[in-house]
Design a protein around this ligand. Structure first.
Ligand SMILES: [Zn+2]
Length: 452
């Protein structure tokens, strides 16, 4: 078995690892690069993969940094299958066409405003390309063995990160390797904890929070204080949130706080067609999380879904306090940008970030105290209060990752660390070495390894 790290090496986006057995290969995750321009440019380069020998893609979860390159791969000639869990497929049917649509919209907007250096600006793929790619998908349940290529057995186990998210174990009969995928929290309001690391010879583990521990803050108290003081000064609370995962957790927490009288009874808007559909899928797959259908219905009753562009624009004219949840979570695109333009310049408003902010994103600039940010080619002053509540993240911190790893019955011979900024990845390497005594190294971009 041979592995080649062709994405999420030295960074948290663009997840892609090639696994080859006897000349046939499988791509584990096929994500889009986001954030720094240098990385985003890789989305436009030919993938360092022979598409002809690539037999299948196996997808650990639906987030765009893991799935968003699939339509581009199909455009490059990939004709194999894409295996994932049923909930991941349901979410990809929302996320991928939306990603295509957003790229078309951004290209149109750039051409209209002429602020793109590329003339005309082109989308990486369109909504239609995404629908074509979705025809290649095939679902497999957690715990169900399948063969993405002959001689390679694959099984998903739950990773607790978002709906449908799994870790993946591959076994060629001689060697086995586990890909952690994104690992969720050990304790979460709505998601079940990750299943223990399955026995394996090699492990590829994510390291998003490899150098950090989630602060032991009372997240409900922070949200309740922020919403209360923003409403008192007549402002709007804007929460940029990942449409899948965090948006649903936030709706749950806000509903709990409202019921307990811990936040004023102001309207809550979910302004992201994708987050709305993701929320509906979340209700539908209620066996996959802790919330009962009755709890889902209750949350549903307390939120206004904003579907059309007109309704979305009207939200910016609201003159009364309210809470708006909108995507994307790192303010890298989507409707949240229009809200930021309207809300950032006024000190009455608050922006609450609720998850990891990758380098080079507007979210990262804002949580680090930028006094202005560039949106749609123009700078906007930051007067609103900006709060970052990273402990709401859907990613395990390093203690949680170590706990997850040490539950295994059969420690791996070697661990490869991916999906983290360089410092985070190296810290996790040190923790694994010092605390577990396992051999570990940080995977470099395009690094290859023969797994003997
Ligand atoms: Zn993820």
């Amino acid at each position: 078995m041979h592995v080649k790290f062709i994405g999420a090496a030295g960074t948290v986006t663009g997840s892609k690892t090639l696994v080859s057995v006897e000349g046939k290969s499988v791509l584990v995750d096929c994500g889009l690069y986001q954030g720094l321009k240098k990385l985003r440019e890789r989305n436009w380069q030919e993938l360092p993969v022979n598409v002809k020998t690539l037999k299948a893609v196996v997808l650990t979860h639906a987030h765009i940094d893991h799935s968003g390159f699939i339509p581009a791969l199909v455009k490059q000639g990939f004709r194999g299958k894409v295996y994932c869990t049923p909930a991941t497929y349901a979410l990809c049917r929302v996320l991928l066409p939306d990603a295509g649509f957003l790229q078309e919209e951004d290209a149109r907007y750039a051409n209209k405003g002429r602020f793109s250096k590329h003339s005309p600006a082109l989308p990486l793929y369109t909504e239609e390309d995404a629908w074509t790619a979705l025809k290649h998908f095939e679902v497999v349940d957690f715990g169900e063995a399948f063969e993405p290529v002959r001689g390679l057995t694959a099984v998903f186990s739950r990773s607790g990160h978002i709906l449908g998210a799994g870790s993946l174990r591959l076994d060629d009969g001689r060697r086995s390797i586990v890909f952690s995928g994104d690992v969720g929290r050990l304790q979460d309001d709505i998601m079940y904890p990750p299943e223990p690391l399955p026995p394996c010879d090699y492990l590829v583990v994510e390291s998003t929070y490899g150098d950090r521990l989630h602060a032991q803050v009372d997240t409900r108290q922070v949200i309740s204080d922020l919403v209360t003081r923003t409403c008192e000064r007549g402002g709007v609370v804007l929460i940029p949130a990942f449409a899948v995962g965090r948006a649903q957790s936030l709706l749950y927490v806000l509903n709990e706080l409202k019921k307990a009288g811990r936040i004023p009874s102001v309207p809550i808007f979910l302004n992201s067609p994708m987050a709305i559909t993701a929320t509906e899928i979340f209700y539908r797959f209620h066996k996959e999380h802790r919330l009962t259908p009755a709890q889902c219905a209750e949350i549903d009753g307390g939120v206004t879904f904003v579907r059309t562009v007109e309704e979305s624009m009207a939200l910016n004219n609201k003159r009364f306090p309210c809470i708006i949840i909108s995507a994307s979570g790192m303010a890298s695109g989507g409707r949240v940008l229009h809200h930021l333009k309207a809300l950032l310049p006024n000190h009455r408003n608050s922006i609450l970030f609720a998850g990891y902010q990758a380098s080079g994103t507007r979210g990262e600039a804002l949580v680090h105290g930028a006094d202005k940010v560039k949106i749609h080619g123009e700078y906007w002053p930051v007067k609103a209060e900006v709060v970052n509540l990273e402990s709401l993240s859907a990613h395990a911190d390093y203690e949680e990752l170590l706990t997850w790893m040490k539950q295994t019955a059969h420690p791996p011979k070697k661990v490869f660390i991916t999906h983290g900024e360089p410092l985070a990845a190296d810290c996790l390497r040190r923790h694994i070495h010092e605390r577990l005594g396992w051999e570990a190294s940080v995977a470099d971009y395009l690094e290859e390894a023969e797994l003997g």
